[in-house]
Design a protein around this ligand. Structure first.
Ligand SMILES: [Zn+2]
Length: 94
């Protein structure tokens, strides 16, 4: 029995992947905060580490899961403080 499977092409995903692959070259080889080595061949690391991309100038930052958690808690703490102050300038997105 022959089943014809039409390949589903998701162009948006393809483009996204290409962008990511393009950035892949620029990903640092270690965590920016603790200098833990990053192995880009290691799928688990690729999935769990966090890459932050900034533009103008284009900067790629890499954080290991530990440092990312710390960074998140710092940001949350910061946001809490801002909320306490009731700043209206919140919600800016990059
Ligand atoms: Zn780290």
């Amino acid at each position: 029995m022959v089943r014809k499977v039409k390949p589903k092409k998701n162009k948006a995903a393809e483009k996204d992947l290409k962008q990511k692959l393009g950035l892949f070259d620029q990903i640092p080889e270690e965590c920016l905060a603790c200098a833990e080595p990053f192995d880009r061949q290691n799928r688990e690391q690729v999935m769990s580490w966090n890459v932050v991309v900034k533009r103008d100038p284009e900067v790629v930052r890499l954080y290991c899961p530990d440092c990312w958690q710390k960074a998140i808690s710092v940001v949350k703490d910061f946001e809490e403080k801002i909320k306490e102050r009731g700043s209206p300038e919140d919600g800016r997105q990059e």
